[in-house]
Ligand binder design. Structure first.
Ligand SMILES: [Zn+2]
Length: 334
């Protein structure tokens, strides 16, 4: 009997050690981004009147036409995994200031929050406060703003279908959907005052952001899912496409995602976003999410193959580098 107990104990121990090794390995293992360097060919744009985009990690994206600048999310604090697991988190105001400076951001017309998870909404009120921007988003995002003490006059609650204009930017908030995850769903019911646990930042519904500027149309979809027909009758030339966790989904899911967010609006260029490991600081080179959470190589393989077969250009953005998203855009398809 004792012998059997000993065998079971050893097996259990092996199982626990095996699981720990697996988690450790898949948290530290990630695809080598340099394999995709050939997709980083968007050239640095100089300051001027043309529309420029700057990728700032996750789905934080600056759009600037020289007169008006708008930002999605504005997430810069990027707490590390230990902080996420064991501690309460809060915006790092010094880091936000430093990052805004590095990105050359002084004034913003709007900070548009895709959804209210911490990696999108947490820093947005502080960014709005520092740049004079309107905080645009759901009721949950508004509650992130209120909890941070952002004045009500700088907060605007919107629903899918709403259109807001800032300078020459015409922004349409479209119904989005969050990629299935244990954290999908829920609303932030009242002002959320950090420090709080990361999981206090509930999704609060997801938007896709359609930014039109003259005859140029950009779709930003932070989370790798979609609401069927959300792009029905709408056009976008360039899509900033959220790919976080996409590589873990079945091929049919990727096909549906492509059809609804790229094919349907007639996009000619796809620029993947939300693929970087946002537990690492922005002043270090971006690396893809670890293999426990995502399969970046699988997403990129799908996108590049699908792009090739349908004449859609795939480009990877470089962080802090302003570029013209319409540079050498392939001709429209019929
Ligand atoms: Zn999210």
């Amino acid at each position: 009997m004792k012998y059997v107990i000993r065998i079971v104990a050893v097996l259990l121990l092996l199982l626990v050690v095996g699981a720990a090794v697996y988690v450790f390995y898949s948290l530290s293992n990630r695809p080598d981004i340099s394999a995709f360097n050939s997709l980083k060919t968007l050239t640095k744009a100089s300051n001027g009147p043309e529309l420029r985009a700057t990728f700032l990690g996750v789905s934080t994206l600056l759009l600037d036409d020289g007169t008006t600048a708008i930002l999605t999310d504005g997430f810069f604090t990027r707490p590390n995994s230990r902080q996420l697991l064991l501690e309460k988190i809060a915006p790092d105001t010094a880091l936000i200031e430093k990052t805004l400076q590095r990105a050359g951001i002084t004034r913003l017309a709007a900070v548009i929050v895709n959804h209210s998870h911490y990696d999108h909404a947490m820093d947005a009120p502080e960014v709005a406060a520092r740049t004079g921007a309107m905080l645009i988003g759901s009721e949950s995002t508004a509650n992130v703003g209120r909890g941070w003490g952002l004045p009500e006059r700088q907060i605007a609650v919107h629903r899918a279908g709403d259109v807001v204009t800032f300078g020459r930017f015409r922004i349409t908030l479209l119904q989005g959907r969050h990629v299935p995850s244990p954290f999908t769903g829920g609303e932030i019911a009242g002002p959320l005052k950090p420090p709080v646990r990361a999981n206090a930042y509930l999704e609060g519904g997801s938007f896709m952001v359609l930014a039109e500027h003259g005859d140029k149309r950009i779709l930003i979809n932070a989370s790798a899912s979609f609401v069927p027909d959300a792009m029905q009758g709408r056009k976008a030339d360039v899509v900033f496409l959220g790919t976080g966790q996409l590589g873990k989904r079945p091929a049919s899911y990727m096909e549906d995602y492509w059809r609804e967010t790229v094919e349907r609006p007639g996009a000619r260029r796809v620029i993947p976003i939300h693929w970087d490991d946002f537990t690492r600081p922005l002043d270090q080179p971006l690396v893809p999410l670890p293999s426990l959470l995502d399969d970046f190589a699988a997403s990129m393989k799908f996108l590049t193959e699908r792009g090739k077969s349908s004449g859609v250009d795939i480009k990877l953005p470089e962080v802090f580098v302003a570029f013209d998203p319409f540079e050498k855009l392939p001709a429209a398809r019929n």
